[in-house]
Design a protein around this ligand. Structure first.
Ligand SMILES: Cc1cc2nc3c(=O)[nH]c(=O)nc-3n(C[C@H](O)[C@H](O)[C@H](O)COP(=O)(O)OP(=O)(O)OC[C@H]3O[C@@H](n4cnc5c(N)ncnc54)[C@H](O)[C@@H]3O)c2cc1C
Length: 383
């Protein structure tokens, strides 16, 4: 349970970030993804909480979660909010923890938005099973590597500047067959696709990156050769713990508008919210948001307290499954209560059911996470 003073600091940070983000978004209205991203970072939304917001007393992880929630609370498109959370929690935090002092230099100027990162793991042939990947990095005489292969379905791939790429450095299917590299996507031999037309999180472009024998200097490797799967365990633990923080702001907004709609819409000679079934659905939405928020901030507090991400991997998986499924149930309740307006663009009650559904797939499909949880409880079950 988060202590009362920390709760106040979190609420202040969310509100402060939301105010900054609202004006940044208004200035960048109608602009492309990159411009809106830079608009948010330039306004200090991302890295500079106000001194009186209480954010200074929060741990860095909790502060970042509150910042993401505030960006969402401002009405930032879900895809942009997701991409920011994905970069921060799925790449920056875990990499900075392994790269140490050299980390900021190796990641580049992410604070200004000049450098956009992406996490390139999935391939056409398989996402859930990393050891099936075919992208390979071959050791060269100078100690560098030659990278060949294609990563697909990667968030921000068409616009990113640097990718964390997982590649095979050994042929066999072993836990030490993979290595990780930070690849400058402006290098010769890198081909970034145009955006895939997708139906979820439509505001962030997704695509593929092909490496046509890209030369990587020795210092492009993250950690040791063969440590890729270990790093992946780290990045996915962070992602599963915190990525869904991006949903908290949009959920709050949808709850508020659903309450207002249910309280004012007239049906059968009374207000719609006088119906017990309507009230119960609204209460279920509040319950889903409450549970999700508690779980995500609890993960952040544990990371701030110094718990090692790999040790909380199992709880991170449970958090990810729970929040993803609550987000979907929440969105379904809102869609029911909005009636036809849920399916009309710009009605003010438009429901997005596809993006919450996608949460059951990214950062580890929920079905596979369930298997991991059950295995750790002692069941004889393999993927
Ligand atoms: C919005 C979004 C953003 C993404 N961003 C990125 C990104 O930035 N970088 C990146 O590398 N990838 C990204 N991905 C890809 C994502 O990581 C993969 O989709 C995910 O790993 C699953 O791989 P797959 O889609 O190939 O599903 P598959 O591996 O084909 O699995 C499909 C489904 O089959 C079932 N299934 C498969 N095997 C089993 C099993 N053994 N037991 C039980 N059920 C099973 C599960 O229900 C699973 O969901 C993103 C995906 C989405 C939807």
């Amino acid at each position: 349970m988060t202590p009362g003073s920390a709760r106040t600091d979190i609420e202040d940070t969310v509100a402060h970030t939301a105010r900054l983000a609202e004006s940044a978004l208004a200035d960048a209205e109608g602009a492309d993804f990159r411009t809106r991203w830079k608009g948010l970072t330039a306004r200090g939304v991302w890295d500079a909480p106000a001194p009186d917001s209480g954010a200074g007393r929060l741990g860095p992880v909790t502060r970042s979660v509150a910042t993401v929630e505030g960006i969402g609370r401002a009405g930032t498109a879900a895809g942009l909010c997701y991409a920011m959370a994905s970069q921060r929690f799925g790449i920056q935090f875990p990499l900075l923890s392994v790269l140490g002092e050299d980390g900021p230099r190796r990641l580049g100027d992410t604070g200004s938005g000049d450098v956009l990162l992406c996490h390139a793991l999935t391939e056409e042939s398989g996402g859930s099973d990393p050891l099936s990947m075919s992208t390979r990095a071959e050791l060269q005489q100078d100690g560098g590597y030659l990278l060949t292969g294609t990563k697909s379905f990667v968030t921000a791939a068409p616009v990113a500047d640097v990718a964390l790429v997982f590649a095979r450095t050994a042929a066999e299917r072993s836990p030490f067959a993979l290595s990780a590299f930070l690849v400058d996507l402006h290098s010769p031999g890198v081909e970034q696709s145009t955006p895939f037309p997708k139906t979820a999180l439509t505001d962030v472009p997704m695509g593929s990156i092909t490496f046509h024998g890209v030369r990587l200097a020795p210092d492009r490797m993250v950690g040791e050769e063969g440590a890729g799967l270990g790093l992946l365990t780290l990045t996915t633990a962070w992602e599963r713990a915190l990525l869904l923080s991006y949903a908290l702001g949009p959920m709050r907004r949808v709850l508020d508008r659903t309450v207002e709609w249910s309280a004012t819409r007239q049906h059968f000679g009374r207000r719609m919210g006088a119906s017990h079934i309507v009230a119960a659905r609204v209460a279920d939405m509040a319950l889903a948001l409450y549970r999700s928020r508690e779980l995500v901030y609890r993960m952040a507090a544990r990371l701030d307290a110094g718990e090692r991400p790999r040790q909380l991997a199992s709880d991170a998986a449970l958090t990810k499954i729970s929040v993803a499924e609550d987000f979907l149930l929440f969105s379904q309740q809102a869609a029911r209560l909005g009636g036809v307006r849920s399916f009309i663009e710009d009605s003010g009650l438009t429901a997005d059911l596809i993006s919450p559904m996608a949460a059951s797939t990214y950062a580890g499909p929920n079905d596979l996470l369930r298997i991991t949880v059950a295995r750790e409880l002692g069941l004889p079950v393999e993927n």
